[in-house]
Design a protein around this ligand. Structure first.
Ligand SMILES: Nc1nc2c(ncn2[C@@H]2O[C@H](COP(=O)(O)OP(=O)(O)OP(=O)(O)O)[C@@H](O)[C@H]2O)c(=O)[nH]1
Ligand SMILES: [Mg+2]
Length: 355
């Protein structure tokens, strides 16, 4: 998915990482000009191999796990909810520390081996190196386990792409949210097992020629006033705010959902406050059962009434967002090219002045 790379690698445990490094090293043997030289060359190669394996493995983790610097965005919010951003940063910091120490340790050991002519000292440098390498890895044992757990959780997230224009559906339980999502989605909506709702978030897609938008149903999340939510839910709602480009709020005037219209309107007001700045389309559902005499759009998942109009309204609005986003991306690309050209020109000028 664009912007975020969640194809993060499997993270080895401390024990697996040590096994990998020492096993590889144990298979190495080199031939030198004499017994001492053979021992030296072999030890140098073993230390290099073990150190490099540990270092490159750890550096790969640091490179492949996503950075979470920008807090006011959907993914950092979500990652914070799902795995805890502070613990996540601490784990990556610890891995980075161990990678750095491994390199220093390896270089130090290689220098010492090169300097000595005593086979016993060579052997003790090697075993000392192995011991300290093992101890560095052992010190980040919990961080490695944490990252592996984080990876498993991150893998569940990519079903939502924050780059894609998105409409979020809100309203009390049983008002017809899922029926609406199913009705105007082009394929069967997928359920993403996001950990903060019991039912999981449902993502459908709406096609607009070659453009594609997301329609997100959030059972159990936007069906209470903000004050009634617990901390986790509040954070989840915050994450949703960064994802929502527009919202559809469903009122069920038949009250067969089990909530009075008055209660439903209270929720609408709470959501209007919480999602300030995000356009909300209010519709009344179950028009086949009851149609109030007002200007609100009436929809029915049974007869299909109002659905084309609603879909069209959603598409018109999301298309505007799609275009704005595409223009912004093109502009960013143009600026990057310009900066590249300026840099190249500066370098050319520098070369010229040196001659
Ligand atoms: N008559 C009629 N019934 C509807 C309509 N839309 C939904 N229903 C019924 O209302 C009930 C709830 O519909 P859902 O789409 O599951 O409602 P929901 O808002 O997703 O409910 P939760 O997932 O529990 O929050 C179901 O029994 C639907 O068959 C409609 O347009 N007309
Ligand atoms: Mg539902």
């Amino acid at each position: 998915m664009p912007g975020m790379n969640y194809r993060v690698p499997t993270v080895l445990t401390a024990e697996e990482l040590m096994d990998k490094a020492f096993h590889r090293a144990s298979k190495i043997s080199k031939t030198g000009s004499d017994a001492l030289d053979t021992r030296k060359k072999t030890t140098l190669a073993k230390i290099t191999a073990a150190g490099d394996i540990v270092e490159t493995t750890l550096v790969t983790y640091i490179q492949r796990f996503p950075r979470m610097e920008k807090q006011d965005d959907f993914f950092p919010q979500l990652v914070n909810l799902v795995i805890g951003i502070d613990r996540y940063k601490k784990a990556l910091g610890a891995v980075n520390w161990a990678a750095g120490r491994t390199e220093l340790l390896k270089n130090g050991a290689l220098r010492e081996v090169r300097r000595t002519k005593d086979p016993h000292i060579i052997e003790s440098i090697r075993s000392g190196f192995y011991g300290r390498l093992g101890s560095y890895i052992n010190q980040i044992k919990d961080d490695l386990l944490f990252l592996q757990g984080a990876r498993d959780k991150l893998r569940l997230l990519p079903a939502i792409d924050p780059q894609v224009p998105t409409v979020v559906i809100a309203g009390f339980p049983n008002v017809g949210k899922s029926s609406l999502v199913t009705y105007i989605s082009t394929a069967a909506p997928e359920i993403a097992p996001y950990p903060f709702t019991t039912k999981g978030i449902t993502i459908g897609h709406i096609e607009d020629d070659w453009r594609k938008y997301q329609i997100v149903d959030t059972p159990g999340l936007l069906d209470r006033t903000f004050e009634e939510r617990n901390d986790i839910e509040k954070q989840a709602v915050l994450a949703l705010r960064y994802l929502s480009d527009i919202m559809v709020f469903i009122l069920d005037p038949t009250e067969t959902c089990g909530y009075t219209l008055e209660k439903q309107e209270e929720l609408l007001h709470s959501i209007q406050k919480g999602f300030e700045g995000i356009p909300i389309i209010v519709v009344e559902s179950k028009a086949d059962l009851l149609k109030r005499d007002n200007d609100t759009l009436h929809i029915s998942a049974v007869t299909g009434e109002g659905m084309p109009q609603l879909k069209d309204d959603i598409i018109q609005r999301l298309r505007v967002i799609f275009r704005a986003r595409a223009e912004k991306a093109a502009e960013a690309e143009r600026l990057a090219h310009e900066a590249e050209r300026a840099e190249a020109a500066r370098n050319a000028a520098d070369d010229g002045s040196e001659e």
